[in-house]
Write a protein of this length. Structure first.
Length: 436
């Protein structure tokens, strides 16, 4: 039987108004409150979650819950916001928490400031150098708090400690199906989204059996691994018990910018504009998060998922072009999609302020595995492919956004056969052995 949160989320996807009454009943039951004016937020960023607003005699509130398939039987606990607070990270503390499997919900005092995702989307739509500088410096401030926490909390971990962390629900757990005989691969979202499916691209359609065995050549760059090879490699290398080799840290784990508040502030001489960032919705926070996974979701979803193709497929399809043709053993893709200036700036900050010093710390403590690039690439690859079905027509994707999305997935997951691309240059930039 599915959980109450699963039932409510499924109902909200069909008719948000019909889901409001059972949601109000759930909030009342869990927290002993009398919610009124419950409103579900139609949020482009809520790919696997639900959020919205309600009121009580005590004021106005914001709720959010993340919901995964089979959550009611999951291992590991969601929503440990106290872990981040104790580590000194800026995190909004909820006023109500339910951590019961299948009924895991956070309730916050309603805030007026925007999420960082909304600020950045405006900059994707129209660049403003002054506003971009404020956003980038806010990211830099948060990044410096993150690396301080990672350095302070980095420690050797056992396979059992790592396996107990809920962050694997975002990665390996989406590749497999659990049953009486144990894990079955291919399974989970991988099987549901892709196996046996047909993919429609502009002027071209392919079955998965064909598409998954073709090398992608994107704008003249040919990638070494196929989609099928990348999924197989991810299943093998990202097993929880194999990720203890790089140690563990205290981390949010899912800090895409729709889980980050942007609080404007006046600062500096002359009242120069500034802003402070703080986390909320720490659904996958932990004390033993594999160090190489800690920043993966934030890196992908705050940079390579933008502009537009993952969260605004219709807008991406209007603003960008993408075309595909077949060659022996290859899918040849031409597209004018590219990250916006603010996304490129955020990636540079993430590289210099978090990734490079983190990898240097791992190397200094003999915790950096020789295949660290492979681990990061495979985790980046799973971010877009398993967060939602990338097939055109399956949910919100169009033939253009589907082709862009799968091309980006291959780009982050596989090295080129020759030469370099944006991801290669990023990995070179964070390599502790590379001189700069």
């Amino acid at each position: 039987m599915s959980s109450r949160t699963a039932q409510i989320r499924a109902l909200a996807q069909r008719d948000p108004a019909l889901a409001e009454a059972p949601l109000a009943a759930l909030l009342a039951d869990l927290f002993g409150i009398a919610p009124r004016n419950v409103a579900i937020n139609l949020d482009r960023y809520s790919l696997n979650s639900l959020n919205g607003f309600f009121e009580t005699d005590a004021g106005a509130f914001f709720f959010k819950f993340h919901q995964e398939e089979g959550e009611e039987a999951m291992a590991g606990e969601y929503y440990r916001a106290d872990i981040l607070a104790r580590a000194g990270l800026p995190v909004d503390q909820p006023v109500h928490v339910s951590a019961e499997p299948g009924e895991q919900i956070l309730v916050y005092r309603r805030r007026d400031e925007p999420r960082f995702s909304d600020v950045l989307r405006a900059l994707d739509m129209e660049d403003d150098p002054a506003a971009r500088a404020v956003a980038v410096e806010a990211e830099r401030g948060l990044s410096r708090a993150l690396i301080a926490t990672y350095r302070a909390s980095l420690h050797p971990v056992t396979a059992a400690e790592v396996a107990a962390e809920p962050i694997h629900r975002l990665f390996h757990e989406r590749l497999v199906t659990h049953g009486a005989a144990g894990e079955a691969y291919p399974g989970g979202r991988y099987r549901e989204f892709y196996l046996g499916r047909r993919f429609a691209f502009p002027g071209l359609a392919l079955d998965w059996a064909d598409l998954s065995t073709r090398r992608f050549t994107v704008n003249g760059v040919t990638y070494a691994r196929t989609l099928g090879e990348l999924f197989d490699a991810a299943e093998a290398r990202l097993r929880p018990e194999r990720l203890a080799d790089a140690g563990g840290v205290v981390a949010h784990g899912d800090a895409h910018n729709a889980n980050v508040w942007f609080t404007p502030k006046a600062g500096g001489e002359g009242g120069e504009a500034g802003a402070r960032l703080s986390f909320f919705d720490p659904a996958f926070a932990g004390e033993n998060v594999p160090a190489l996974l800690a920043e993966v979701k934030a890196t992908f979803h705050n940079v390579f998922a933008h502009p537009f193709w993952l969260y605004d497929p219709d807008l991406a399809s209007a603003r960008f072009s993408a075309a595909a043709r077949l060659a022996p053993g290859e899918l040849i893709v031409e597209t004018d999609w590219a990250p916006s200036p603010v996304r490129a700036d955020l990636l540079a900050v993430k590289a210099d302020e978090v990734w490079r010093p983190l990898l240097a710390e791992l190397a200094a403590r003999a915790l950096l595995p020789p295949d660290w690039r492979e681990v990061i690439r495979l985790a980046l690859f799973l971010c877009p492919t398993l967060v939602m079905d990338l097939r055109a027509g399956a949910r919100t994707h169009t033939p253009i956004s589907s082709l862009i999305g799968l091309s980006v997935a291959v780009m982050v997951g596989s090295p080129p056969l020759q030469g370099a691309d944006a991801v290669t240059r990023f990995l070179d930039r964070i390599d502790p052995d590379q001189s700069r």
